[in-house]
Design a binder for this molecule. Structure first.
Ligand code: ZN
Length: 421
């Protein structure tokens, strides 16, 4: 699936952003849930709902028809029968940064405002979306999953947030329980664009202002458990122990060595959680649990690592005289971005005098959900020191503005050349 283009139509206005207005709105949004230089805005909480209300007002003032749907997605539409989707999210992780998600939504607001101010002509318009709960307060990427019809809303209603409050009760409390879910429609929505901060250090290290996302990497998470026997750590000879902890440590070293040997340029892995039971200095561990996750743009490479996790865990268990279980606990498939949209953004960056880098995204985004249904493009700007999911998250104002200008130029070309559904 690659986006089809036609000869240029000249009834579409040139979209020119107002950089002061863009930055002012981004700062205004950051005031909702401000924590020092960062933001704490958990999905569907009172601060998040105030921010959604503010965004809806800004969209209305820009001349958009606004809807807040049954999971909290805020959607602003120009009055066109067919509309290019532009979005991201305005919820944050606990004590997160002010740009993660928010930047892409405010880009959308400013692009729609500039488009409408320039006459809003042509047969194709814009639809700006702030997807609900991208950060997984109740369920990761909740809003985008709902939007593309991949979520069974009723099955989700019993999910609880970190305060133990059910999604059903939350939706009731904020007045969304009886609202319908807004839906993606291929006859209306021919493309999706998302801009985001990189959340990593690559663009800054290379001194490049724009990243063109090629693929959002896939991720797999595995839980590996070793079962041995708890014994006195002083009296049991080494050769007679069934030490689940020693097996785990051995496994952790050997699976990392395998990943180093087999990895591609963009493979990353993480042993982020270890639990030894009973967890006492004078007891041989009877059980050891390890959460191991790995990411790569290639599903085939992810398969290879998964096979090795399974094989190696039983080999190591046998060597240590313990037993093991290994099972996948989460998985997300890699999502390829659309070549035509990548090319449009690359050309737009060049025309703006902003050199770009083709790169994968190591983080998940709403774009990975949309990409299964509609040609999708994603643009990155640099994160200072690569910091994100932290109050220290920031980007240079000139990079924020450059990213918006590149989006505006790419979007103008897209509106003029996209084959209408
Ligand atoms: Zn984000």
């Amino acid at each position: 699936m690659s986006l089809a283009v036609v000869a240029s139509r000249n009834d579409v206005p040139t979209i020119e952003i107002d950089s002061d207005r863009l930055l002012a709105d981004m700062r205004a949004l950051a005031d909702f849930g401000k924590v020092g230089s960062g933001v704490h805005r958990r999905a569907l909480g009172s601060v998040d709902m105030q921010a959604r209300g503010w965004l809806a007002d800004r969209m209305r003032a820009a001349g958009l028809a606004v809807e807040m749907d049954g999971v909290g997605n805020v959607i602003g539409r120009t009055p066109h029968a067919r509309r290019i989707l532009i979005g991201s999210h305005t919820d944050t992780v606990p004590n997160g940064g002010w740009l993660d998600g928010a930047m892409g939504v405010i880009y959308g607001l400013e692009l729609a405002r500039a488009f409408m101010a320039a006459g809003g002509g042509g047969e194709i318009g814009l639809e700006i979306v702030s997807f609900s709960d991208e950060e997984g307060c109740f369920a990761a990427l909740l809003g985008s999953h709902s939007f593309v019809g991949e979520m069974d809303r009723d099955a989700m209603l019993d999910r609880v947030n970190e305060d133990g409050v059910r999604l059903a009760d939350t939706l009731e409390a904020v007045g969304l329980a009886d609202k319908a879910a807004a839906r993606f429609d291929p006859a209306i929505h021919p493309a999706y664009l998302e801009a985001h901060i990189e959340q990593g250090p690559v663009l800054e290290a290379k001194g490049l202002p724009i990243g063109i996302v090629t693929t959002i990497v896939g991720v797999r998470g595995w839980k590996i458990s070793f079962h041995g026997q708890a014994d006195h750590a002083g009296t049991t000879p080494m050769a007679m122990r069934l030490d689940a902890g020693a097996a785990l440590c051995d496994f952790a070293v050997r699976i990392a060595a395998f990943c180093r040997r087999e990895s591609g340029t963009h493979t990353v892995w993480n042993g982020g959680d270890i639990r030894l039971i009973p967890g006492a200095h004078n007891v041989v561990p009877e059980r050891a649990d390890y959460i191991f996750s790995f990411r790569d743009p290639s599903a085939a490479l992810l398969d290879r690592i998964a096979q090795e996790v399974e094989r190696l865990s039983s080999v190591v268990a046998a060597e240590h005289g313990v037993t093991s279980e290994a099972g996948q606990i989460f998985a997300m498939a890699p999502a390829a971005m659309d070549e035509t949209l990548m090319g449009l953004m690359r050309d737009a960056a060049e025309a703006e005098g902003a050199p770009s880098l083709d790169m994968p995204s190591g983080a998940g985004h709403d774009a990975m959900v949309l990409a299964r249904h509609v040609p999708t493009g994603m643009l990155f700007i640099p994160s200072i020191a690569g910091r994100s999911h932290h109050v220290a998250e920031d980007s240079a104002p000139e990079d924020i503005v450059t990213g918006a200008r590149v989006m505006a130029r790419a979007l103008t070309t897209l509106c003029r050349t996209i084959a209408l559904p």
